[in-house]
Structures are given as C-alpha cells and as structure tokens.
Design a protein around this ligand. Sequence first.
Ligand SMILES: Cc1cc2nc3c(=O)[nH]c(=O)nc-3n(C[C@H](O)[C@H](O)[C@H](O)COP(=O)(O)OP(=O)(O)OC[C@H]3O[C@@H](n4cnc5c(N)ncnc54)[C@H](O)[C@@H]3O)c2cc1C
Length: 504
Amino acid sequence: MLRSRYEAVIVGGGHNGLVAAAYLARAGRRVLVLERLGHVGGLAVSARAFPGVDARLSRYSYLVSLLPSKIVSDLGLKVALRRRRYASYTPVGDTGLLVDNGDAARTAASFARVTGGTGELEAWRRFYGMTADVAERVAPTLLEPLADRAAMRDLVGEEAWRDLFERPIGEVVDERFADDTVRGVVLTDALIGTFTDPSDPGLLANRCLLYHVIGDGTGDWNVPVGGMGAVSGALADAARAAGAEILTGAEVLAVDPSGEVAFRDAGGEHTVTGERILANVPPAVLARLLGDAEPVPEGAQLKVNMVLSRLPRLRDPGVDPAAAFSGTFHINEGRDQLARAYAEASAGRIPSLPPAEVYCHSLTDPSILGPEPRRAGAHTMTLFGLHMPARLFREDPAGAREAALRATLASMNGVLAEPVEDCLLRAPGGGLCLEAKTPVDLEDEAGLPGGHIFHRDLSWPYGEPGLWGVETGLERVLLCGAGARRGGGVSGIPGHNAAMALLT
Ligand SMILES: Cc1cc2nc3c(=O)[nH]c(=O)nc-3n(C[C@H](O)[C@H](O)[C@H](O)COP(=O)(O)OP(=O)(O)OC[C@H]3O[C@@H](n4cnc5c(N)ncnc54)[C@H](O)[C@@H]3O)c2cc1C
C-alpha cells in the first residue's frame, strides 16, 4: 500500500534516482521512486538482447569511470569494477598504436613505430600527467557544494586552467601533439556523446573531455563486473534495504511545484505528494511534466551491440586481437577523420567513414556470458559510433539506421583483416547477434529527449557557491539525474548531491 505523502518522491528509477533514494532512505526519510518502465536502471542496464543467446549485454552504457568510490563505500554496494590491462589500440595501416597499462616499454615501442620518434609519447605523458593532477584535485569536489570559478581555477593551477578550461581543446591538442592518430585518440574523449567541433570557442568539447579524464580521481574507465545491470541492481538493493519504496511500471504524468505528482500504473491513475520532488528524468522531460517548454537537446551516437563467435583477425600481426579488443579499439578516429565526419554530419549526411570505437567486455569479465557461449569462445562486442546526430534519423528512422550501420561496419572492416560480419554469432532462431540504436531509437525506447546520452550538454563543475548544482528554481523540485550540473555518465553524483541538498 502506497502512502499519500512522502518526504521525497523520485521521478525515474535510473541509477541516479536509486543513489538518491538509497542516501535518503538511509537517513530515515520516507522515499518513493516512480519508474515508467518495468525495471529500474535507466541507461545503466544489462539485457539478453538476442533470444536464445545467454549473454547479458550492457545495452546502453558499458564502462564506469565517474562513480566515486565514496558512494560505493557509503552505500555498501557490492560492485566490482575491473581495470582494463590495455587502455587502447588504434589500427594504423598494417600496424597500430597500443597503449598497454601493464607494459610501459611496449607502449613506448608502439609510439615509436607509429609516430616515428619519442616526441609524441613525451607529449602524451605531459598531457595525461596534467589531467591526472586535475583528476585528483577536482574529483573530490564533485560530491561537495559547488565551488565558484575562481576557486576552481586556484585548485587546478594555471597550466591546466588555460589548456582544459579556457582554450578550445582542439587548438590545445594541435599544439601539444603533431601526429594525426595521437591527436585523434586524445580528442575522442572530448567528442563521445557530444556533437561539436573541438576547436569551437563554446568549449563544449573541453567539458566533455574533462568528465572523461577525472572520474574517481584517476580517469580510468573500468569494466563493471556482471555488466551495467549489476551496478543498478546493487543500487536498487541498497535503496530497498534502507526502506525506499520502488514502484516500476509507474509513469509520471505531471508534476506540480507544490509537490503533487500524478502517475499511472496498471491499477489506474493516482496522485502522491512529496515534500520534495527529485527529478531523475532529463530536464526536457521535467519541463514537460511541469507544463513548461524546454528545448530538446541532440544526441549524436550510434550504439551497436554484438555477440561474436570469435574475435576478428587484425591486419597488425604484432598484436593479439584479445589485447586489441579488451581496451578501446579506435576506428577511423584520426583528427582529420573526426573533422571530416563532423562536417558531413553537420551538412545532414551520414559520415562516409564513420568514426567509432569498440571493446569486448567479455575479455575482461566473462561472467556476462553463460556457460555455453563461454565454452564456445564467444565474445560480446560493444560499438559506440561518433557524429551520428539525431537529425540524420528523423525523416526515415529505419532506413537511416540501416545506412548508418552499413557505413559503420564498412568503416570497421576497413581496419580489420576480415569483415566483422563473418565473426557474428547466429542466434538459435537464425538471426545474427547484432542490434543498432540511433539517438531516435533511444528517444523512443528510453524516453531520452533527442537521444542525448547525458540528458543535455555537459556543464562545468563549478557554479554558484553553496548550491549543489541540482536546483531548478522551484523550491520543492530538484534534479537528481544526468542533466544536473556535474551529472552525465554513470556516476551517481547528481543522485548523491540531490540527497545532500535535502539532508544538509
Ligand atoms: C548508448 C549509450 C552509451 C553510454 N555509455 C556510457 C558509458 O560507457 N559510461 C558512462 O559513464 N556513461 C555512458 N552513457 C551515459 C549514461 O548511461 C547516462 O548519462 C546515465 O546512465 C544517466 O543516468 P540517470 O540515472 O541520470 O538517468 P537515466 O538512466 O536516463 O534514468 C532516467 C529514468 O527515468 C525514467 N523515466 C523517464 N520518464 C519517466 C516518467 N514520465 N515517469 C517515470 N519514470 C520516467 C526512465 O525510464 C529512466 O529509467 C551512455 C549512454 C548511452 C545512451
């Protein structure tokens, strides 16, 4: 039986809503989570995507960096995040650039072979030394009330402030690095989920890069053992154990600034009142629920989930595919290739050589495969394609999806020794284990406006001192999802911060 009043009603049961619920319930607050779908987790879920194939794929998000260890320990989460031995591999003709976290000499040899000297590796070490320092300083502040711009500047120091916060990252990368491949590898972190030119003075790419290098004080992108669903599952367990009520299949229809929430479930339409309402939904959805208008953001990625019967062969004889695919495998993501793809997509065309990155979760964590596919040597493969804005898919969603997928697989095949299609597993029903999600698909099935993976464009991690970055201008309504300041990605940070805004 639901009560009619709660201290907090949380709209949406994504991982951030669950973090907020867990903190609040542990502090003794009466909390209700209302989730539209039949399950919690939002974009942080695992799915058996191919009937008859025992593989739990992280359907949307797949790697974890931004989730602070403090949230894991505060909530006693049983979550294991495994570091990847190989950071990345980038094919270049018949060789490639391997960044091996476990072998500095091998990384140095790879840089020398691909870039023809030692300068690029030195520049790489200087750049990532700077970001590591920023990560250590900035990450702890993400769980505190906002610092203002001047305090953030003092915290990170002159060089990092200039190169990460003030000058377009495209210019900085062009100045610091000479090699097109290396420039591209650095810039992909500035463009994931973000449709922009890295030289744009609006600095959107800088903000994107920042959140990709500061996670939990290291910037490492780790593999969630058991898949992304294990992270959300642990959060839901923590919230329920602390006494939060979680109602799935409950779609919120309207939110009133007074605290009244109207929702519909299988039993009909109901209202419930919260002293505070925490919106885990994107800001554009919250605006609609409040009866206001908010411009819809635009996502720009193609996500492809695959199960392979075996790993594809590489053109590079010096690298084992198991090494190359366990880190981030960059496909046609050189600086110039990224720029061309951006120009084509801006002009309304699917990029002729789509930039993308793939990785195989099961190489680091085989637990997401059942015994049969594991025994047969199968692997999961996740592809994240860049510069595929929603506008390309509006007119003919299915036709454009097909065209984008075809172009992306062709782009990938161009850097492999054999077509990836030859390695796809066939499900018992005969279908190939391959699914593609465009921004428009995400809008339709995940309720994500514009298919924007961060709910809206990322914001700087500073602001009005004393605020938590979750405020909406309405006293009783707070954001607790990715669209809050310092939100975006699987982090739990806005969930934590919304809870703290209530509790402190
Ligand atoms: C393809 C893809 C790949 C990504 N890869 C990564 C990655 O590897 N690493 C990473 O850190 N981040 C990644 N991200 C981003 C990350 O997944 C999201 O930013 C993050 O999961 C957002 O979490 P959230 O809890 O704030 O919101 P969401 O997960 O969006 O949750 C919002 C919830 O609200 C519910 N809801 C919506 N409307 C209503 C309503 N009217 N009533 C009730 N409930 C409602 C939704 O069903 C959903 O469950 C990726 C995202 C995508 C789409």
